[in-house]
Design a protein around this ligand. Structure first.
Ligand code: S3P
Length: 434
C-alpha cells in the first residue's frame, strides 16, 4: 500500500512510555546558527525529518559542510561565520517547510546574497509578505509571486540596517527572520510581538554567545556580533509528543508517559489546554537540556470535557490544534476556540481541513473566521479523511481511531515524514492499530 494512505483501526490502546524525535523548531535553528558560527558545532538528536533536511540542503548549497554521524544522531556543522556563506547556484528548495523559508529569507537577505527560495505546492500557497515587508524596511529587496507567496527572489548586494518593528501577528517565524537578519544589519534590530511566541531563537543565539536584550514582549539584537560554535542537544518535540498525550487523554483509561519532552513555557499551551479540559497530567524529572527545560510527561486516566480556550493560550499551542480539535470531538460538551486565525495559514488551512475531517466522522462543528466550535460526542464514526499533505492533520486523525466505531482512512499521510518520520512505527509500538 502507498505510504500516502493510512488506515487507523478502532480499539487500539495507547500505553507505556515512549520517546519522540527532536524538536523541529530547535533543530532548524541549530543548523542555521551552527552554519553562521565560527568553528564546528555539534548537534545531538537533531530531528532528521524532511523539513530540517530542507534547511540542511539550503546551507549545503551555500557552501556549509554538515557531517551526519552515528546514523544521523549527531550532526557536525562546519560553521562559516557571518561573512562566509556563498551565493547558491540553485534554487533553495524549502519543501513543505515554512520555518526554513521564512528564517532563511532573513539570513540570505542579511548576508546580501542573491537567491531564489521555493517549495512544494502547500508552501507556495503560504503568505510571505509578513517577512518580505519588514525585511524591505531593513533595506532588502525581495520579490514574491503576485499573492505575496513563494517563490521569493532575493536581490544580492543590499546592506541592511536595523529597524524597530511591531509584529502585526504573533509569529515566531517572523520574529526569528528579523532577528537573524538583524545579526547582519547595521545598528540594532528590535521586534515587539503582540503575544508571546516560542523563544528558541533568542535562547539559542545566547548559547552561541550573542547578546539578545529582552523586556516583556520586545527583543533587540545588535548587528555584527560573531557567533561562537557550541554543542547542542535537541530535546524531544512537545508538538510531536502532543499526539500521544492527546491520544492517551481522549482514551481516558490507561497511563502513558512521553520522556524528555521540551517544556519551554512558550510551548506548553497544549498541557494547559488539556488540563482545562479535565486531563490528568504530571510532569516528572524536570531538568535542562541545551538551555531548554525538559520533563517526562505522564497522562493518567481521566475524562475530558469541553472548554472555552482562552485566546492567550493559542500562540503557545499553535501547532497542537489539530490534535486538540480531535480531543474536543471526544470530550463531553462543547469546546470553543477563538483567536486562532493563524491556523488558516499553516501547512493547510487547519480550521477548514479539521472541520471537514471531523464532519466526515460524524462530529458537529461550526467554523469561525478565527476558530471553531466543536460539539463533543462519545464515539466517532468511520470515515475517510483528506489531510491535504498536512502532517499534523494526518497524525491527529490517526489518534481519533482510539474513539472510532470503525476504520478511519487518511489520505495525504506521507507528509508525516516532514516532522515525524517514525510516527507509524512508534504509534504501533505504543498500541495504536495502524
Ligand atoms: C515555528 C513557528 C510557528 C509554528 C511552526 C514553527 C518556528 O509558526 O507554527 O510550526 O519554528 O518558529 P508561526 O511563526 O507562523 O506562528
Amino acid at each position: 500500500m502507498s505510504n500516502d494512505i493510512l488506515i487507523a483501526r478502532p480499539r487500539g490502546r495507547l500505553q507505556g512510555s515512549l520517546t519522540v524525535p527532536g524538536d523541529k523548531s530547535i533543530s532548524h535553528r541549530s543548523v542555521m546558527l551552527g552554519a553562521l558560527a565560527e568553528g564546528v558545532t555539534e548537534v545531538r538528536d537533531c530531528l532528521m525529518g524532511e523539513d530540517v533536511r530542507a534547511t540542511m540542503g539550503a546551507f549545503r548549497a551555500m557552501g556549509v559542510t554538515i557531517d551526519e554521524l552515528e546514523d544521523g544522531r549527531l550532526l557536525r556543522i562546519h560553521g562559516v561565520g557571518l561573512n562566509g556563506l556563498k551565493a547558491p547556484t540553485e534554487v533553495l528548495d524549502c519543501g513543505n517547510s515554512g520555518t526554513s523559508m521564512r528564517l532563511l529569507c532573513g539570513i540570505v537577505a542579511g548576508a546580501g546574497l542573491p537567491a531564489t527560495l521555493s517549495g512544494d505546492a502547500s508552501l507556495c500557497r503560504r503568505p510571505m509578505r509578513r517577512v518580505t515587508e519588514p525585511l524591505g524596511l531593513m533595506g532588502a529587496r525581495i520579490e514574491t509571486a503576485a499573492q505575496g507567496t513563494p517563490p521569493l527572489h532575493i536581490q544580492g548586494g543590499r546592506a541592511l540596517h536595523g529597524i524597530d518593528y511591531v509584529l502585526p501577528m504573533a509569529s515566531a517565524q517572523v520574529k526569528s527572520a528579523l532577528l537573524l537578519a538583524g545579526l547582519f544589519a547595521a545598528g540594532e534590530t528590535c521586534v515587539t510581538e503582540p503575544a508571546i511566541t516560542r523563544d528558541h531563537s533568542e535562547r539559542m543565539l545566547r548559547g552561541f554567545g550573542v547578546e539578545v536584550a529582552q523586556s516583556d514582549s520586545r527583543v533587540c539584537i545588535r548587528g555584527g556580533q560573531a557567533l561562537r560554535a557550541t554543542s547542542i542537544v535537541v530535546p524531544a518535540d512537545i508538538s510531536s509528543a502532543a499526539f500521544f498525550l492527546v491520544g492517551a487523554a481522549l482514551q481516558g483509561r490507561e497511563t502513558l508517559t512521553v520522556r524528555a519532552v521540551g517544556v519551554n513555557p512558550t510551548r506548553t499551551g497544549v498541557l494547559d489546554i488539556l488540563r482545562l479540559m479535565g486531563a490528568k497530567l504530571s510532569l516528572d524529572n524536570p531538568r535542562e537540556i541545551g538551555g531548554e527545560p525538559v520533563a517526562d510527561i505522564t497522562v493518567h486516566p481521566g475524562e475530558l470535557h469541553g472548554a472555552e480556550i482562552p485566546a492567550d493560550l493559542v500562540p503557545l499551542a499553535i501547532d497542537e490544534f489539530p490534535a486538540l480539535f480531535v480531543a474536543a470531538a471526544c470530550a463531553r460538551g462543547r469546546t470553543v476556540v477563538t483567536g486562532a486565525e493563524e491556523l488558516r495559514h499553516k501547512e493547510s488551512d487547519r480550521i477548514e481541513t479539521m472541520a471537514r475531517g471531523l464532519r466526515a466522522l460524524g462530529v458537529t462543528v461550526e467554523t469561525l473566521p478565527d476558530g471553531m466550535v466543536i460539539e463533543g460526542c462519545q464515539r466517532l464514526g468511520a470515515g475517510t479523511i483528506e489531510a491535504h499533505g498536512d502532517h499534523r492533520i494526518a497524525m491527529a486523525f490517526a489518534m481519533a481511531s482510539l474513539r472510532a466505531e470503525a476504520d478511519i482512512t487518511i489520505h495525504g499521510a506521507s507528509a508525516i515524514a516532514t516532522s515525524f518520520p517514525d510516527f507509524v512505527a512508534l504509534a504501533r509500538t505504543a498500541g495504536l492499530l495502524i
